[in-house]
Ligand binder design. Sequence first.
Ligand code: AMP
Length: 271
Amino acid sequence: MKIIRSIGEVPHPPGSIGFVPTMGAFHEGHLHLMRTARQQNETLAVSLFVNPLQFGPKEDLAKYPRDFDRDSALAEAEGVDVLFAPSVEEMYAAGLAATVSIPALSNIWEGAIRPGHFDGVATVVTKLFHIVRPTTAYFGLKDLQQCMVLQAMVESLNFPVTLEFEPTIREADGLAMSSRNVYLETFQRRAAPTIYQELVRCGKAIRLRNTSVDAEIEQSKSALHQAGGLVDYFDFVALPSMRRLRNYAESTALICAVRFGSTRLIDNLLL
Ligand code: AMP
């Protein structure tokens, strides 16, 4: 495995290049993306970059978990060919005279609570696509809105790359794996699986169609509140627009963001 720190040294071998962009602190979710990309491509590139542009001023940029030696050993074990791990200075040396924005999808849900977040994601992913030049890039459905934002970006702006979205990898008790789970106190970690339980319960009820979507959502919000969570949103949306929906239809999802103390967890369920 080649560890590359500078943009000019990223190789562009012939044949298919699978690419997994990450912020490190690898867990089974990241490793699943790497395994899938490894099986489907001649070359596997992974980026490890904690992108300051997608963090708000009050967010966890400084304390975001970082362990390069552990991550690089895990990447090596998954058969990664190129690990691109630039510094912030290297990535943003050229400045930010241009950024990428997808207004139709970036200002709702996560975007409403985290202004500028998806512009930061879209801008860094654009830069990474230009640097790595992948044929296929792999993202986790755990970040469903991110997937919809990037799909819209790639289609609207004719990026020569295919996006593959992979299912959410969960702990045995249903909690979606996340680098941020390490912030949870023991009592919060015990309560956090309520998120997935409520997504599943609410999803089943909505699919049966003999209930009001509003009533089921209210029931889930109250169960999460009882478990000690502060619900930023818990809602039912159409895909890929992410617009609020009140009747069961094709291509829909339940989405939610719940805070346990200062730790904010997001999850979703495709229905
Ligand atoms: P991050 O390092 O958090 O930016 O995540 C890198 C990639 O891993 C993104 O495409 C995420 O959606 C994906 N990912 C994060 N958690 C999970 C998970 N539990 N299951 C599947 N993919 C995930």
